[in-house]
Structure formats: C-alpha cells, structure tokens
Design a protein around this ligand. Sequence first.
Ligand SMILES: Cc1cc2nc3c(=O)[nH]c(=O)nc-3n(C[C@H](O)[C@H](O)[C@H](O)COP(=O)(O)OP(=O)(O)OC[C@H]3O[C@@H](n4cnc5c(N)ncnc54)[C@H](O)[C@@H]3O)c2cc1C
Length: 572
Amino acid sequence: MTGDVVIAPAWADRRNPQVRMVCVPYDRPQYPASAGHAVSNHHGGPHMEEFDVIISGYGPTGISAASLIARMGHSVAVFERWPTMYGLPRLCSIDGESCRIVQAAGDVDQALADHSDVKWYHLVDGEGNVLIDVNFEKEKRVSGFYNRKSMYQPDVERAMDEAGRERGVQVFQGYELKAFEQDADGVTVTVEKNMRRYEGPQEDPKQYRAKYLIGADGANSIVRKVMKPEMDDYGFREGFLSVDVMRKGDYQFASETSTSICDPKRPISVIPIGNNRMRFEFLIDPDEDNTELLTPDVGYHFLESAWGITKDDVEIYRQVLYPFEAKVMHNWRQGRAFLAGDAAHQMPPFQGQGACSGMRDSINLAWKLDLVLRGLADEDLLDLYTEERRPHVTKVTVDTVEIGKVACTRDEKVIDELSAFLKSGGELPPPPTMPNLDFGILHRASGEVDRPAGLLGPQGPVEKDGVTGRFDDVVGWGFQLIVAGTDPLADLSDEHREFLAQINCVAANVGDGGDVKPLDAEYMEYFATHGVMGVLVRPDYYVFAGIRSLDELPAIIDDLRGQLKIKALAPA
Ligand SMILES: Cc1cc2nc3c(=O)[nH]c(=O)nc-3n(C[C@H](O)[C@H](O)[C@H](O)COP(=O)(O)OP(=O)(O)OC[C@H]3O[C@@H](n4cnc5c(N)ncnc54)[C@H](O)[C@@H]3O)c2cc1C
C-alpha cells in the first residue's frame, strides 16, 4: 500500500485546479450532482422540488452552512427574505478558527481582501486608563491565521456565496420561510415572496421538501418560533447607536485596536472594519424610541463631540440602532429541524464572537449531516450537535456578558472602584479565553477527554507535489490524520483504511521526508507542546485524538468509528 494522501473527490475544492486530486488508494465515485429534484408530495399532492437540506436565512451562518454542505456533495436550497445580499457590515472581526471555516466555505483571501490584524481590545476608563487588556499579539496564530482579523463583512459573505453557488447551492432571494412541517421522511417548508421590497405581482405560497431544515434565520427565527425551545436568558439588554464611517483622503484610523470607553456618562466603542472603515458605537437605552438619532447630523455631531472627527475626515455610510441580548436555546434539534447561529444563541458583540459562533455551528452540523445523509451514521449523531455546541457557546456568551457589564455600565462607582483598584497596583484577572470542546465525539482515556482531544488542530503552510499553500487547500478538508515521521496508513489494516476513506479522511506525513512538507514549524511545535507524534482531527478542526505512538492508532480509529456509530461499510 502506498502512503498517498487521500482526497475524496467531493471534498476537494473543485475551484482550485492547482490542487491535484490524489484518489489512490481510496478512489470513490463522485457524489450525486447537487441539484434538487421533483418529488410527489407525501400527501399525494402536487409535485415539490426536494433537496437534501433547506436553509432558512442567508446571513453568515446560512451562507457558510450552505457552501460547506454543498461542498460535501449534497443538494442545498436557501430561502432568504431579502432580494439581495445585505451588502453592509454588521460584524467587523472574526477569529482564526472562523477564518479557517471561511477557507472551507469559500476563497478566504477574497474574503479578507480588506483586513487588518487587530492587536488589542482595550476597555479604558474616561481618562484613558486601561481597565481590561485583551492582547491578541500574545496569542498564538490559531488554525493557520492571526487570531483576530478585522474585515469587511460583505467581502466575507460574497466569497462564501460565490463558492456555494459554484458548488450547486440554489439561493432563493426575496422568499420568506413562513412555516414548516415534519414527517418521518422529511420536512415540508412553505415560502412566500416577500413583498416588502418587491414591486412585482404577488405569488402564491410555494412548498418545497428537504430531508433536513436548518433555521439560520437570525434572532427572530421563524424556525425557532415553530420549534419553541426553552432558553437561558442571561439578562443582558443594551443597545447601541452604531455609526459606520469610511475614511476620506489621507485620514488614518487606528485599525489595530478596538476600544471601549467605559465612561458611565457616555459609553462608546470604537472598532476598525478592515483598513478603510471604522465603527463608533454609542450606548443607548434599547427600550426608548431612539429614531431621532438616525439622522446624519446627529451622527456627525456624536463623532465630533466624542472623537473630534469631522465631515472632512470621514463619510458616514451607515447609521443604525442595535439592541443586544444574551440568550442560549436549550435544544437546537427537533427531529429533522435544526437551529444555528443567532437563531440558537445571541450575545452582545464585545468579544466579536456572534458570527464566529454561528459559523462554528455550521461546520459542526455540516459534517454530521454529511455522514447521516450518506447513510454511514445513524441519526443519533445529530443529537451531538447541540451537545457539543451549546456548552461552548454558553461560555462565550457568559464571558461576553461580563465584559459587557463593564463596557456598558452607567454606574460611576463601578468604574471609579476599578480605576482606583488598578492605580493602587491591583491586578485584574486575565481576560476570558476561548473554550475548548469538552463533550461529544472526542477520544477519552479513563473517562476523561484526553488532550489535545477537544483543542483546535493545527494548520500550517505546506508543500505537496510542487503545490504550496494552506494544508486544507493543498492536502484536503475533512477528517485529517496528520503524523510526523512516518506514513500513518502504512501499518493499518485494510478495514481501518477503508473506514478512513469512507469518512473522507486525508492522511499526511508531515515529518522529514514525508509526503507533505511543512513550510513552518506549526506542526512540530504543536506536537511537541502536546507530547504527541500526530493528531486525528475532525472536519470542524477540533482534535479527536492525539497520537502518542502508531501502536495506539488502530484503537483510536476504532474509537472514532464506535462513537460515530458508523454502520457496516458500504462496498468501496
Ligand atoms: C453591531 C454588531 C456588531 C457585531 N460584531 C460582531 C463581530 O465583530 N464578530 C462576530 O463574530 N459577530 C459580531 N456580531 C454578531 C453577528 O452579526 C451575528 O451573530 C451574526 O450576524 C449572526 O449570523 P446569522 O446568519 O446567524 O444571523 P443573521 O446575520 O441575522 O442572518 C439571518 C438571515 O435570515 C434572514 N431571515 C430571517 N427570517 C427569515 C425567514 N423567515 N425566511 C427567510 N429568511 C429569513 C434575514 O433576512 C437574515 O439575512 C455583531 C452584531 C452586531 C449587531
């Protein structure tokens, strides 16, 4: 047997001709073309188009989910109530893990065309003294990217949208999901043309079928209204007047720093949006009528009085009021329907994690749906979506609320006490860290998650067969078996190799003389830090197991197979 890297056809990026398909020894047939097909209504009614997955909502969560699921070879339809992409930024920064998700969902370099590396997030008092210092410079690169990138959201959405459409996603823009029903075989959704921004004639409601439905339709999700999950409400309710500006001429922004000025008289946050734009957020009472704040004169007045910025320096291109809450739904699955993104959880923006969490939902659900849709895994696997994602997003939400309490306080005493404490030499606890994955499909030793299981796996620049680039682009996205110093497949049984091929696992030897040559120290440092010689990584980049010796690899693979409850292998 050779140690060739396995790239299963449907997961390889069809848009990158440079990446040569290496399908030996696990050459597999192409998945069916990803287009919907007409089926008879299960009640014997008119024919309806049927898809593997229907997604309600085409924000960052829906766009990423659609592109990833289509990349795995499944037919996907999206219904989005507005007729065009929104085209303006809501989120302004994402972390390294999310960059890697965008990489799988589209062209990440196109997505980050206008980006800056954010080095600090400072919460300061009214005099500019730093109260909380989040220093991204101290953090390691995560997932192959600097860990906090400010960027222009429309670029990110366009990159994933274009890739998704190339992969066969059918996007029905201007159609609102109104209702859905489930039965044993699938979901029937009812959609209506949204007449609010449409001049044409009213259309009759239409119905479509899918095996699964993802509600990625935001904070007011209709899918959630039907599912009626219980939720935890963390009692945070604040609002911002958000003034987004474009710089004029030579005017320069501090695009390396985000700042929240915790001045109880007027809390303000200042956040870069790539290199050319900036957001100024002024705290408001979300329960008052603030519509009079939505005129450019008010926006320019706020900018000048708070920051000394005038119309000569910048142009306001968007001014909007946002309420923020902190809520996490209990169950994100009901039969064949799922919640993802803001439909499943909402948090204030202080850690820049709302959309990142939505994209984490997308990739987590995508690979589980893939295994179930391909008939490899049992539907029970889909229950682990909530089990894995909810504790993760809950920690992020709770941490964000704690930061928000400082950033939004109207109580002078809170800030005065904090400032005095720091001036007297007191030290604040370090800022929150991102959670690891602690539940679900992870290798355990004596019942405990065996780290690095549950940590994010590495991605570095590599060279293979003369092609250089990020590992996922050059070698492949999917499960990844990466080992230093030896061919990880060499001593495996045929059955183990066949299992890895079935779940679309790529394999690589990144050690000296291996088939994949690392172009920096990422892999070796990672392995040394965790005392392993390799890792088996899930498609959402979380490590399933660290590999300390090749002898334990068969047992690790058996454990993965057992946890995924993979049915008897289909013939190769
Ligand atoms: C001011 C602000 C700053 C933020 N900054 C950051 C940041 O820096 N980093 C970060 O990660 N996050 C940030 N967030 C959070 C982030 O914007 C959200 O978490 C993210 O947009 C959620 O994505 P989503 O796709 O789940 O939902 P949404 O973006 O809300 O998209 C939902 C989509 O569903 C559509 N829809 C709704 N109902 C229906 C229906 N019935 N039928 C069809 N379509 C429907 C909507 O039109 C919309 O397009 C910020 C949020 C705000 C408000």
